[in-house]
Design a protein. Structure first.
Length: 334
């Protein structure tokens, strides 16, 4: 059987739909950042990112249309207000592209894992290669500019050891223990992503045009800040460095370059995506205090996501993904 003639499954359509909506949202932000960046090296990477997504977007549309599904609305140039003042510094833009590239890498891997048709697998392979190229480019340039924040360094132990007591899991009582290298993977990753979400929430809240969106963004900034403080304290208690904040990389502009729909969607996407990473952190944690922080964070993020959903629906900004056929409704029409 020709693998390219198989009909796309619901999962395959779902990943294409998500790639289009999320991709167009990020693409609008990239286009704005490209327009304000002064550093030629950073500007070149953004130009590459914009051209890369344009190529991917054409392929996504082809896949969707060939299956007879409507192409999502997503986000368009109508969500970008041109010739607006600078809202971010160049170095923040580069950090933004690096973090969003990480999202892309993980998203493409998930999409590949549920894809069966060969042409779709080949497409996600190429997307993954594009994201890897961008990942290397952003890291190299951040290192060159002295702005890449590496995770804490450990001194090696003399010999490997087995866990020998309950104190290994104790973070509240007893003598406890210091953080393990496997726990710091998720702590550092979640800290950097929460710092990004907080910074974007601050920037977007400055320029949001409606009171309700501005309040949500202000509240999301406070939620992110609480999560940053909780994880930072865990690190600092073990005398480990934490990633620096990026608030000072946001200007004082109050003139919005983006629609409220785009800004609200973007923050909601980051909170939803964070649930996966907080869940991974919870699964890899063996200290009780760290487990409690992740559980609390996941619950708070669910509350933020609920408010986000209600606000998006209220404004008719939340696009509906493809649904399974409603057999009961179909039967009524017969």
């Amino acid at each position: 059987m020709d693998g390219n003639k198989l009909k796309l499954t619901s999962s395959e359509i779902g990943t294409l739909w998500g790639e289009y909506v999320n991709g167009t949202a990020t693409d609008i932000v990239n286009k704005y950042m490209f327009s304000i960046i002064e550093d030629e090296a950073i500007k070149a990477i953004f130009e590459d990112a914009i051209k890369t997504f344009e190529k991917q977007k054409i392929q996504i549309v082809t896949f969707i249309e060939n299956e007879g599904f409507p192409v999502p609305i997503g986000f368009t140039d109508s969500d970008l207000f041109k010739d607006k003042p600078r809202l971010f510094t160049d170095i923040f833009c580069l950090n933004y592209l690096h973090i969003m590239t990480l999202h892309g890498l993980l998203g493409h891997s998930t999409a590949l894992a549920v894809s069966v048709r060969k042409d779709l697998r080949d497409f996600y392979d190429s997307c993954d290669n594009d994201a890897k190229r961008m990942y290397h480019q952003t890291i190299e340039l951040l290192l060159e500019k002295g702005s890449f924040q590496r995770d804490p360094l450990f001194y090696p132990a003399k010999n490997p050891e087995y866990i020998s007591g309950r104190d290994f899991t104790d973070g509240f009582f007893g003598k406890g223990r210091t953080l393990s290298a496997t726990e710091i993977i998720s702590i550092s990753f979640n800290l950097k992503k929460s710092i990004m979400t907080k910074t974007l929430s601050i920037a977007f809240s400055q320029v949001a045009q409606t009171k309700e969106v501005r309040k949500f963004l202000t509240d999301s900034e406070k939620t992110s800040d609480g999560q940053i403080k909780a994880l930072s304290k865990i690190m600092q208690d073990d005398n480990l460095p934490v990633p620096k904040s990026w608030e000072t990389e946001v200007t004082t502009s109050t003139d919005s370059p983006f629609s409220d729909k785009l800004m609200l969607y973007h923050i909601g996407f980051l909170f939803q995506a964070a649930q996966n990473y907080h869940g991974a952190g919870l699964a890899s944690s063996m200290r009780t205090d760290l487990i409690a922080i992740y559980e609390g964070t996941i619950l708070k993020n669910l509350m933020v996501t609920k408010k986000w959903y209600n606000l998006m629906v209220q404004n008719k900004w939340l696009e509906q993904p493809p649904l399974a056929p409603n057999r009961k409704e179909i039967a009524k029409e017969v």
